[in-house]
Design a protein. Structure first.
Length: 213
């Protein structure tokens, strides 16, 4: 083999190698983006399912002998919510659960529960510092994501969250919650974030309202 033939062969091999590397890199990048998008969708779907289930089960407490009910919403903010709800209860002896959803420093959506220690009304719950269970239900909520919760009255009009939070009277006007959950599982940002939105009515509130959009 002459020197020119060797040089031509090396050049052709280099071109073929570059093409193969480019194809493999492109396939790998596409696969990573699709996997991240699928991961974001799965995480957002799981988180939205749990949020919807709890918010739909939100209810006021009825203390024995009290003239007014305890509001269903203990706290209602743009990115956190704390409610009384009847979920995962014994059908023969149902008990309410105090549930809070909030976003932590790691941008995870955390569900915190306090199980009542009472067997009948009036219900007693452990202190805030001693929850019964704490678990993440979604992760990778990006900084700058839209507010997680928006509160609607019975006319489906948004209720602005006061700086100091809703008063008890204002809490009693909340007829539905619009949930907007955004997840970005791809830390590189190559795959688009996934946003899911759901307007959840609260049938236990006994508020006649117009149809949710």
């Amino acid at each position: 083999m002459t020197l020119p033939e060797l040089l031509v062969t090396m050049l052709l091999m280099s071109i073929v190698s570059l093409l193969i590397v480019g194809m493999v890199s492109g396939f790998s990048s596409t696969f990573s983006r699709e996997r991240a998008a699928t991961d974001s969708t799965t995480v957002a779907s799981t988180g939205m399912k749990e949020l919807t289930r709890v918010v739909r089960a939100t209810t006021e407490l009825r203390p024995t002998g009290a003239s007014t009910n305890v509001p269903a919403f203990v706290d209602a903010r743009a990115n956190s919510i704390k409610v009384y709800a009847y979920i995962d209860t014994d059908a023969a002896q149902p008990r309410p659960v105090l549930v809070q959803f909030s976003i932590d420093a790691q941008r995870r959506l955390i569900e915190t529960r306090w199980q009542t220690s009472s067997t009948a009304s009036p219900w007693a719950f452990p202190p805030a510092s001693a929850p019964t269970s704490v678990r993440p239900i979604a992760r990778a909520v990006p900084v700058g994501a839209p507010p997680l919760f928006q509160y609607l009255d019975k006319e489906n009009k948004p209720m602005a969250v006061p700086a100091g939070g809703f008063t008890d009277d204002q809490k009693r006007l909340i007829a539905a919650v619009r949930i907007t959950l955004t997840v970005q599982a791809d830390s590189t940002g190559r795959a688009a974030e996934v946003t899911m939105q759901n307007a959840v009515g609260i049938p236990n509130r006994d508020l006649d309202r117009v149809r949710l959009p």
